[in-house]
Design a protein around this ligand. Structure first.
Ligand code: LIP
Length: 281
């Protein structure tokens, strides 16, 4: 099976590059922006077009593989992770950035087998950075090895996070409570690129010590999760303990020390899981 997964990974890199080209071209065209779960959860025709491009090209080569894609799930496909080889796709991570031409946008393709992410490809397509990792084989950016920061003192750290796309007052309160706690440690700074996948690649690259967010989806983080681990980082739930990619909560850090210190400051809550059964009308 080793070679089979390698050829899947090579395909993921090739199709991510092609998808990135479509995203770049679309930036200069007229965008049709609509909304999904709420008025700040944006989607464009390019998100849908790129997801179809990726799925079609994978189907031609790997006809028995399964898919979890952001836009397919939005249109009613189930979001269920089985033991089967599964491509977990976010065609544009950072759709809000894309709509505003804020320059951090990624195509994110994770691949899981037996519910474990086997490889991840995150193509930061506006600056042409191809982040890749395969389980047990290291993490790379444009072929150069990645290594997390060795800073374990959180007071010397930069922490990345996002405001997400929920504007429910109780969620916003929790977000600001966490931010206040973390800034008061104090840390060197708090940053956010506007895409979970790129934030996690920044952890893998050693530029920021940790990233956390509640409200992300499996397609935002699956690919980057293996990139962080293979760069020497750790993944954790926001309350400590093992991360569950369907739980919509994640801490990705350079070390257990930073991750454990960070979770003490996060005001946690549980959004509806990605694999929750659909609500009855
Ligand atoms: C977005 C993330 C962003 C996060 C949002 C959303 P999208 O993904 O990457 O960092 O804050 O909640 O999930 O919708 O652009 O693919």
């Amino acid at each position: 099976m080793v070679d089979a997964w390698q050829s899947a990974m090579d395909h993921a890199v090739a199709v991510a590059r092609k998808a990135g080209q479509v995203v770049r071209e679309a930036l200069s065209e007229d965008m049709k922006v609509t909304t999904k779960s709420c008025s700040v959860d944006l989607v464009t025709l390019t998100d849908q077009k790129v997801e179809q491009l990726i799925i079609q090209s994978v189907k031609e080569k790997f006809s028995n593989h399964r898919f979890i894609g952001e836009e397919s799930v939005a249109s009613g496909e189930p979001c269920v992770l089985t033991e089967a080889p599964t491509w977990i796709i976010d065609p544009i991570d950072g759709t809000t950035n894309f709509v505003h031409a804020f320059p951090f946008v990624a195509v994110s393709i994770g691949f899981s087998v037996n519910k474990q992410v086997e490889f991840g490809v995150v193509y930061s397509c506006l600056d042409d950075k191809m982040f890749t990792a395969r389980k047990g084989k290291g993490a790379f950016c444009n072929g150069e090895p990645l290594q997390v920061s060795d800073q374990t003192d959180i007071k010397q750290a930069i922490i990345a996070t996002e405001f997400g796309s929920s504007r429910a007052p109780e969620t916003v309160d929790k977000i600001f409570c966490s931010l206040r706690n973390i800034l008061s440690i104090p840390v060197h700074g708090v940053r956010g690129a506007g895409t979970a996948a790129i934030n996690m690649c920044l952890v893998a690259s050693g530029c920021v010590e940790a990233y956390y967010e509640i409200g992300i989806h499996v397609w935002d983080v699956a690919a980057a999760s293996v990139i962080v681990s293979e760069a020497g980082g750790v993944l954790m739930d926001v309350e400590g303990g093992e991360v569950d990619l369907m739980s919509r909560r994640i801490v990705a850090a350079n070390s257990k020390t930073v991750a454990e210190r960070l979770v003490r400051e996060i005001a946690s809550f549980q959004p509806i899981r990605d694999d929750a059964p659909p609500l009855k009308e």
